[in-house]
Design a protein around this ligand. Sequence first.
Ligand SMILES: Nc1nc2c(ncn2[C@@H]2O[C@H](COP(=O)(O)OP(=O)(O)O)[C@@H](O)[C@H]2O)c(=O)[nH]1
Ligand SMILES: [Mg+2]
Length: 309
Amino acid sequence: MQAMQENTWRKSLDRTRRSAFGQILSFLGQSDLSPDYWDNLEAVLVQSDLGPQASQRVLADLRLFASKEGVIKREDLQSALQDLLIESIEPYQPVFADAGPTVILLAGVNGSGKTTTAARLGYRYQLQGKRVLFAAADTYRAAAVDQLQVWGDRLGIEVISGEPGSDPGAVVYSASEAAKSREAEILLIDTSGRMHTSHNLMAELEKVHRVCTRVISGAPHQTYLVIDATTGQNGLSQARFFTEQIGVDAVILAKLDGSARGGVGLAIVQELGLPIAYVGLGEKKEDLLDFNPTAYIKGLISSSRIENC
Ligand SMILES: Nc1nc2c(ncn2[C@@H]2O[C@H](COP(=O)(O)OP(=O)(O)O)[C@@H](O)[C@H]2O)c(=O)[nH]1
Ligand SMILES: [Mg+2]
């Protein structure tokens, strides 16, 4: 089971591993650990989307390890690097309401994967036997409501929506009331992601936040930021922005399959201290997996099939 999972992750991270991370390993293969060597390795780590601060930290730890152990063997450095990175990632535990509906807010820029993620989370909770409701709070485009409705029909999950262009706060109000009266265990709120730099969107998200807190105490219990893993460092700046503006409990890395920039997850963990809750490894309802730090790091950095890519 574990081997199968690691294989899925490896395959999804193929492109990322072949790009920048592949170079890390060819570096680790060198036997002369001169100061130049470490400088060059640092440059490769930075290019791998690890980010400058995290790269420096990891490199300092790796140097310490190498000097203590007198290590020059590639395999030893590789596993030391893997261990350092795995240890630096905090495992994530979702939070649920003590009583009543658990409200989950999904935020992120347009196209990042919010609606698909709402569907995949809905499916996951349904499998656990939980009653789920969707709130279509992306009222900005009619197509956005339709997209969630299609998922709702497919999964047999009710969607609470309003007219296109209506107030998202009003949709969230109705959905929160409905979640309470129907004794739903999970309410998933899909939001709009237009203009992430604009004040309007942030004001809208704050209002949505306020409205659900008013109807359901402690809500939203989780605010997830959905990041498109193909956007690399841009994903890191989005994460920084949303965290400052609305507060984020954890990140969901969508589209990790096929991304060449999957290392951004590491940068988010290292630079912002945010946990990663789930990853999207495809577009189907079952393609949302718990974030598995070991499988992720091994998928990024492991020796077979990466030589000279
Ligand atoms: N390959 C892949 N595609 C995804 C994944 N998550 C979302 N998508 C696709 O990305 C596109 C945008 O997703 P959507 O959920 O509509 O994004 P939203 O605008 O944030 O709601 C859609 O075509 C999705 O099918 C994923 O994990 N892997
Ligand atoms: Mg959407």
